[in-house]
Ligand binder design. Sequence first.
Ligand code: DAH
Length: 337
Amino acid sequence: MLTEITAARDAALVEIEVADALDHIAALTTRLAGKKGELSLLKRQLGSLDTVEAKKAAGQAINEAIAAVGEALDQRRRLLTMEMLAARVEAERLDLTEFVGKPSRGHAHLVTQAWERLEDVFIGLGFRVAEGPEVETDWHNFEALNMGEGHPARGEFDTLFVDHVPPGGKPGTTLLRTHTSPVQIRTMLNSEPPIYIVAPGRVFRRDTPDATHMPVFHQIEGLVVDRGITMADLAGTIEAFTKAFFGSGFTSRLRPSYFPFTEPSAEFDIQRPNGDWIELGGCGMVHPNVLRAGGIDPEEWSGFAFGFGIDRMAKERHGVEDIREMYTNDIRFLEQF
Ligand code: DAH
């Protein structure tokens, strides 16, 4: 009997050892360790043994065999469960390194790039960056710039007015600035000459968008006020800027023009290395009335100013056909710059 018990136990342990699935273990549990299992059947035969000693020895051997088989089943079940979980985790893992195409990295918008480079170049020429509000008073935007009420030049700016009425003020005198020139006035009122500033910023006009116009666009303003400033300083600064910003193959020229806030006034163009001229902006010697509005004595100080469109310059520089393309946010357009 003891031999049979040992043989049954060893056979059971081998079967358990090679079981490779949990349902296999479940079946083995019933067959080997259940009430009708081989070892249980042997237990029922104990009564046929002759001596008490023999019964005792065989009973003990069976109990030990049942315990060993139970233990082996438990161990095998734990191992297979762990393997199954590991396999499932592996199968369900998302491989985040595996996606199609190159990851694309964003960058600043074309106009932002131009704006930042303009600041860099002018800071390199000794200027400081100044700011003003986008919602302005009629006084800063027009009046102080030598465009009094009824001045014909006001009509050229398709002004967007704001409902706001300032305390003690008149209706219709608050507006979205039509140019960056009011920053000239604010800077003169806030600081003492010598003044060397540029003021990039957003400006607004009541325009219908087309290939060359947007109701919201960007300008950069320049203002210098110092002793003995002349038109030669203006021309020299424009030329130095042209070479620093566009490259040494570019030059600039001034053409006589008219602006209410400068006298004399000019328009400035830049010439590409291939000989083409591009109109860039306006400039001139700051009008004495404008200096006075800024609290500066025109007998003691003189200055020059200039202003041009950042979007327009970027459009010309990169040969963009339609300025609206810059604001439709089509990634295929934006990625080119
Ligand atoms: N403010 C003008 C405009 O929006 C541009 C301009 C012209 C600015 C001459 C200036 C200047 O400072 O001197 O059309």
